[in-house]
Design a protein around this ligand. Structure first.
Ligand code: GLA
Length: 352
């Protein structure tokens, strides 16, 4: 390894270091993944529409590529194949020309869970079972429930589909950990709803082992709310994974400014032609976040970045705020040539 110390090796006494990877990137990232990571997550390959594009027709070619990468790395997968309102075929919600009855949806979730578990159980240590079932704070989905997103699942089944999904995965994957996963998880108003959802699963007697804190940073990080959130979720008696960590330039810009900023010419120009100082500040935020994660190592078992290196990130294409331009982002720990950024050496230094 050319004298480079692996990030994952350095953090062995703390938590796993994971990355989301696409089947197209499996070979491309193999070297940096083998050197620095000991967990991987399929970015899209295990979502319902990829694995079961039509009811009962399973296609495993693309997830298989990720699993063979994991085997080459000698590690297990943190699987992200959730019951989710996105990336799910329309067939899930229909029964011929009628809306599907809840029982039919539960049978479909059960059949899907059985198929993925039978194929991958030996290589998975944790599953995201349900993703983002709590209502968004900012987008009006037309629903009125205080806690739950007005998804098709919810409109057809009420909140019951969540427990059914956990029961199915518990039945078919008794040895892997089962997670609920969500975003905006450190915003107090959303946190309250997530806590209610998790408690509801627990009260129904379903096994839920953990909560996945996505940790996408679009705006100024609030480190105090992060600590409060970790404590509150861990207080539910579950474990935590950081599941989709990435840091936008806007987040770094606001952190440097010490406040949230409106979209104006200064912000747009700063993120469109970022200075080295701004790009490096992404690394400074990683250092602060990892310091906090480390201090909760008794409850945090894995920290996964949503991507591997800066040559590709979904953030290059996604604009959470439509007033912002679509610009190249530098959200990862490794640069576009897959070399460790300066913050990686500092992260390793911090645990020596
Ligand atoms: C969400 C999902 C992920 C992925 C990202 C964007 O956070 O949980 O599966 O789709 O959005 O890449």
């Amino acid at each position: 390894m050319n004298g480079i110390i692996s990030l994952a090796k350095a953090y062995e006494g703390y938590f796993k270091i994971g990355a989301a990877v696409s089947y197209m990137g499996a070979d491309h990232y193999e070297k940096v993944l083998k050197e620095n990571f000991n967990s991987i997550t399929p970015e899209n390959e295990m979502k319902y529409e990829m694995v079961e594009p039509e009811e009962g027709k399973f296609t495993f070619e693309t997830p298989d590529k990720i699993f063979s990468l994991a085997r080459r790395m000698g590690i297990k997968v943190r699987a992200h194949a959730p019951v989710w309102h996105n990336q799910t075929g329309a067939w899930m919600y229909r029964d011929g020309d009628k809306a599907a009855a809840p029982e039919l949806i539960y049978e479909r979730i059960d059949a899907h869970s059985k198929a993925i578990c039978q194929r991958y159980n030996n290589d998975v240590y944790a599953w995201d079972v349900v993703n983002e079932a709590v209502r968004d704070l900012y987008i009006d989905d037309g629903g009125t429930d205080e806690v739950y997103r007005n998804s098709e699942y919810f409109m057809l089944c009420g909140k019951e589909f969540i427990a059914k999904a956990f029961q199915a995965m518990d039945k078919y994957s008794p040895n892997a950990q089962l997670f609920y996963n969500d975003y905006d998880e450190c915003v107090p108003e959303k946190r309250k709803k997530i806590v209610r959802l998790i408690q509801d699963i627990q009260e129904k007697g379903c096994r839920i082992d953990g909560f996945g804190m996505q940790q996408h940073y679009f705006r100024k990080p609030d480190f105090d709310e992060l600590k409060r959130s970790i404590e509150e979720y861990a207080g539910l008696g579950i474990h935590l994974h950081i599941t989709e960590l990435d840091i936008t330039l806007r987040s770094a810009y606001e952190d440097l400014a010490g406040k949230e900023c409106e979209v104006d010419d200064d912000l747009i120009s700063a993120v469109t032609n970022p200075t080295n100082e701004l790009i490096d500040h992404v690394g400074e935020i990683y250092l602060k976040l990892f310091e906090i994660y480390r201090s909760y190592r008794d409850v945090i078992d894995c920290v996964t970045t949503w991507g591997v290196a800066d040559d590709y990130s979904w953030l290059d294409f996604f604009r959470p705020d439509k007033k912002m331009p679509r610009t190249k982002q530098y959200p990862m720990l490794f640069n576009r040539y897959h070399a460790a950024k300066p913050c990686v050496a500092k992260l390793i230094e911090a645990v020596k």
